[in-house]
Write a protein that binds this ligand. Structure first.
Ligand SMILES: Nc1ncnc2c1ncn2[C@@H]1O[C@H](COP(=O)(O)OP(=O)(O)OP(=O)(O)O)[C@@H](O)[C@H]1O
Ligand SMILES: [Mg+2]
Length: 234
């Protein structure tokens, strides 16, 4: 579904991604693990088109997309839930959700999708007319996911969805991800919480300083001594 080959990208003269290759099959949950500053978010931003690669290719559903606009990619179902959530704090919950539908014009389907989000996440329904800044961290993450659903994702990329959440809420977010996957959405998950991410995933990649240094089934990665020492706390 997604095939990245030798991707290089960065910020001005700073090169962050130094030739990243990876693949995601339709229906998979794939996780990307790596230390702070490894380049995980930079990869996500390059995939969704906020950053342009300096080299390499991104193929999505059989066609190159690396020159396409972020909006064109969203329209094709390649959707990012960004690190830090990027909720518009002064807008209402409802308005934030609608932002997810910015690239769509099918008004009646948008309405149905909104109703679906509200029925799946009653917490959001109950707060739909409140300013988003009153939401707790977990509710804001739910809102960020709800907003992404309004873009009708086929491949949903989640950048550190559990960041800053209590263990209980982390569990909720992971169970939401499982539900999304069961509803047919392919998942690309960036997580610091490597253990939990691998327990959920089919396969994983490990990134160090802008390069993929390991890739395997989640089960093998969980059992890998090297990975345990570096990322799973021994
Ligand atoms: N806008 C920017 N301008 C310049 N350098 C940046 C910018 N954003 C990120 N970087 C640098 O790029 C490198 C990779 O950052 P990135 O955010 O991709 O890492 P990450 O793996 O997502 O880390 P974390 O786990 O902390 O989220 C870092 O050295 C960072 O300082
Ligand atoms: Mg990051």
């Amino acid at each position: 579904m997604l095939k990245i080959l030798n991707l290089k990208a960065g910020y001005g003269s700073i090169q962050v991604l130094r030739g990243v290759s990876l693949e995601i099959e339709q229906g998979e949950i794939v996780t990307l693990i790596g230390a702070n500053g490894a380049g995980k978010s930079t990869l996500m931003k390059t995939l969704c088109g906020i950053l342009s690669p300096s080299a390499g290719t991104i193929e999505y559903q059989g066609a190159r997309i690396d020159r396409k606009s972020p909006t064109a990619r969203v329209k094709q179902g390649l959707v990012l839930v960004p690190e830090g959530r990027c909720i518009l704090q002064r807008m209402t919950v409802y308005e934030n959700l609608l932002m997810g539908a910015y690239a769509r014009s099918d008004q009646s389907a948008i309405k149905t999708d909104l109703e679906n989000v509200f029925s799946h996440y009653p917490v959001l329904a109950a707060r739909k007319d409140l300013s988003a800044n009153v939401l707790s961290g977990g509710e804001q993450q739910m809102l960020a996911i709800g907003r992404a659903l309004l873009s009708r994702p086929r491949l949903l990329m989640l950048d550190e969805p559990s960041l800053g959440l209590s263990p209980l809420l982390v569990r909720d977010i992971f169970s939401i991800i499982t539900d999304l996957h069961q509803s047919g959405i392919t998942i690309f998950l960036v997580e610091q919480n490597a253990q939990k991410a691998l327990q959920l995933a089919d396969r994983g990649y490990v990134m160090e300083t802008g390069m993929i240094v390991m890739s395997d089934t989640a089960q093998n990665l969980l059992g890998s001594k090297e990975l345990r020492e570096a990322y799973l706390g021994g």
